[in-house]
Ligand binder design. Structure first.
Ligand code: NAD
Length: 352
């Protein structure tokens, strides 16, 4: 057994079909009675549902969350919370909305109740992201970690497979990198393997029938475990590449993760054999990288960077940006190696 350090983060989790109805009780438990509700414009109706459940504890709905949390959006939400005298916020939606909640918590220390409706996992991490002048900066601060997370699979029934499939693959990416993280530990690895298993099992069922409640529950459970893994240990090459592609080339977050994951996994295969066998076991596949590719194909997710907006002439610059500052990865990161990886991901080749 290797020595390890494990940080247990203090979030309360309320999980189950119908758990959304416990929102007011959870607010009372935190002694919050002046809540600002956050959502995207597209999920304003759901934000209204949260208002209704909170009754007099809800001050106002702020349906202005945007992808990658632009600083102006964060400032406006903070000003609104201040103006209304909010004592907390409820973030209901995907990673973008929860990111807006975190941006409020970062500056004000206000407690956040998160109600995730995708599989991104942000609700379980102390990581925040803010975008200014086209540059996304991320940081860690325990203040931004939601106090309570309500996972209700019924809220994901309307998540279209086109968004939900890649979002689930994004969650599996957290698990894969947790298994070979520099500070991997036995507890996080258990969660990462179980999270991958739950997602790999449920995503094809959801693709076939988006109203499958049992599968929706399994996927959200997997996403919870993946979020814990993401928050507990450091990520490596895969997340670095996706951050570069998203930030510098404006590619969509979850789709980019879906496409790059099999190739980043193949790149690290020989350097992380234990992680590979655990991933393969979770997928029920003979090989981790090919298993991930086949899973993405099976759920109808995109497989090639050329299909989501990357240009062939961007590959050199992407490889250069992704290799210019050093970071941990099980296999040394070389510019040529990353250029080849990106070429395979660009073309959408099945890992050899
Ligand atoms: P998102 O929050 O941008 O949501 C995508 C779209 O789907 C939005 O329009 C949203 O309104 C809609 N949507 C969400 N749930 C829905 C549902 N159940 N039914 C119908 N529509 C729904 O996407 P995401 O993938 O959840 O989050 C991505 C963002 O989260 C990125 O900015 C990423 O960097 C960030 N993120 C942060 C962390 C962290 O730890 N800080 C972790 C993961 C992701």
């Amino acid at each position: 057994m290797r020595d390890f350090v494990y940080d247990q983060l203090p979030t309360r989790v309320v999980f189950g079909a119908g758990a959304f109805d416990r929102l007011a009780d959870e607010a009372d438990r935190l002694r919050l009675s002046r809540l600002l509700i956050l959502s995207t414009p597209g999920q304003a109706k759901l934000g209204g549902e949260a208002m209704r459940r909170l009754d007099s504890r809800a001050l106002s709905l702020h349906a202005e969350a945007k992808m990658h949390v632009p600083v102006e959006t964060a400032r406006a939400a903070r000003a609104k919370a201040h103006e209304l005298g909010a004592d907390g916020a409820v973030a209901i939606g995907g990673g973008s909305t929860i990111g807006l909640g975190k941006a409020i918590a970062l500056e004000t220390g206000l407690p956040i109740i998160a109600i995730p409706t995708t599989y991104a996992g942000s609700e379980m991490t102390p990581i925040y992201g803010l975008t200014e002048g086209g540059l996304k900066k991320t940081g860690r601060d325990p203040k931004v970690l939601p106090r309570t997370v309500i996972y209700d699979p019924l809220l994901t029934l309307g998540l279209p497979p086109k968004i939900g499939g890649p979002s689930g693959m994004n969650a599996i990416a957290h698990c894969v990198e947790a298994l070979y993280a520099e500070n991997a530990n036995p507890v996080t690895s258990l969660m990462a393997e179980e999270g991958s298993r739950a997602l790999a099992h449920s995503l094809p069922l959801i693709a076939a029938d988006p109203t499958d409640r049992e599968a929706r529950g399994d996927a959200l459970y997997g996403a919870w475990l993946a979020g814990i893994a993401l928050g507990a240990v450091g990520m490596a090459l895969h997340h670095k590449l996706c951050h570069t592609l998203g930030g510098s080339f404006n590619l969509p977050h979850a789709e980019t993760h879906t496409i790059v994951l099999p190739h980043a996994t193949a790149y690290n295969a020989d350097a992380a054999p234990d992680a590979m066998s655990r991933i393969a076991r979770a997928l029920g596949a003979p090989d981790a990288a090919r298993g991930l590719y086949d899973l993405a194909a099976k759920i109808g997710a995109p497989l090639a960077l050329k299909d989501i907006g990357l240009k062939e002439q961007d590959l050199d610059r992407a490889a250069q940006i992704a290799t210019q500052s050093p970071y941990f990865n099980p296999r040394p990161v070389t510019r040529d190696g990353i250029r080849r990886l990106l070429e395979d991901a660009y073309q959408g080749r099945r890992p050899a």
